[in-house]
Design a protein around this ligand. Structure first.
Ligand SMILES: [Zn+2]
Length: 288
């Protein structure tokens, strides 16, 4: 759960074109969607004040989310980022598998391919670069209901696998809305992130889920049934980073919103499902 302590936390944010995604980046992160505590608190405040109520779980009308896939490459080779169509189909399958039981499914609308080394290399997570703005201005399709996924090289961020915007962001910056993935983190990519879980995780941010470890043991993701976690978990080793009776449960290493190996992550909790439905009802107009 979000702690009141983070409401009082102060940090400075710098950005070029729009709202910052990330002010707490470090070199070992694999996901660049790390908003500052005060941004998370602000977004949560807005969400709680504007939340759209949904019908009961049993009456939830399933939603189909259109997906546009934009492949950015250095050249026309696979090593240069020009991934195969079948990897994109498998990524969509992975999304549909991961979101089974949430009421969400994903439908591929189109694939675009752009050979542009500057975009491939200079799109990063921590700063809204001119290249990212140009790429998204030229390629983004649809409105708040449409997921645009871009694959790039992240050449300047060696460990980064992806980043995405939150639903709350759309009202301030509709161009930036979407998810950016490292091209090697798709199905058939580089072990251990080779089963499409990066796409599931980043789509999770796009539908309003945070990391269970955001803000540490006393922070959290605004979801009651994801146990507290002090920092991201890697590999797939069970642990309890927030021990003691105040923090029930062991770390959510099997959760899609942690950082463990793709083979390890396999679930969203009921609380996350309730939250993502409510987030996309509030900010993305679903169910339509
Ligand atoms: Zn993330």
């Amino acid at each position: 759960m979000f702690s009141h302590r983070i409401l009082a936390a102060l940090a400075s944010a710098t950005f070029v074109f729009g709202t910052p995604l990330n002010t707490a980046n470090n070199s070992s992160t694999i996901c660049g969607s790390n908003p500052s505590p005060e941004w998370l608190a602000e977004a949560e405040k807005h969400f709680l004040a504007n939340r759209v109520d949904l019908p009961s779980k049993a009456d939830y009308r399933n939603v189909v989310i259109p997906v546009y896939f934009h492949v950015i490459s250095r050249d026309r080779t696979l090593a240069g980022g020009n991934i195969a169509d079948y990897q994109i189909y498998q990524q969509i399958e992975a999304l549909n598998g991961g979101y089974q039981g949430t009421g969400l499914s994903w439908r591929l609308m189109d694939i675009t391919r752009t050979v542009k080394p500057a975009w491939f290399e200079a799109v990063i997570d921590s700063v809204y670069t001119r290249e990212e703005y140009e790429m998204k201005s030229q390629l983004r399709q649809g409105g708040p209901e449409t997921l645009n996924i871009y694959t790039v090289g992240f050449s300047r961020s060696p460990t980064l696998l992806g980043f995405a915007t939150y639903p709350y962001n759309y009202q301030f910056d509709r161009i930036r809305d979407g998810a950016v993935l490292r091209f090697t983190a798709l199905p058939g990519g580089l072990y251990p992130y080779d089963r499409g879980v990066t796409g599931i995780h980043e789509a999770g941010h796009w539908v309003g889920l945070a990391h269970p470890f955001d803000g540490g043991c006393d922070g959290g993701d605004g979801v009651a049934d994801t146990p507290a976690e002090a920092q991201p978990a890697f590999f797939c080793t069970p642990r309890d980073s927030c021990p003691g009776p105040r923090y029930p449960g062991t770390d959510p290493i099997y959760n899609f919103m942690d950082y463990t190996d793709d083979a390890c992550r396999e679930e969203f909790t009921p609380g996350q499902i309730a939250r993502l439905r409510s987030q996309i009802a509030t900010y993305r107009g679903y169910p339509q």
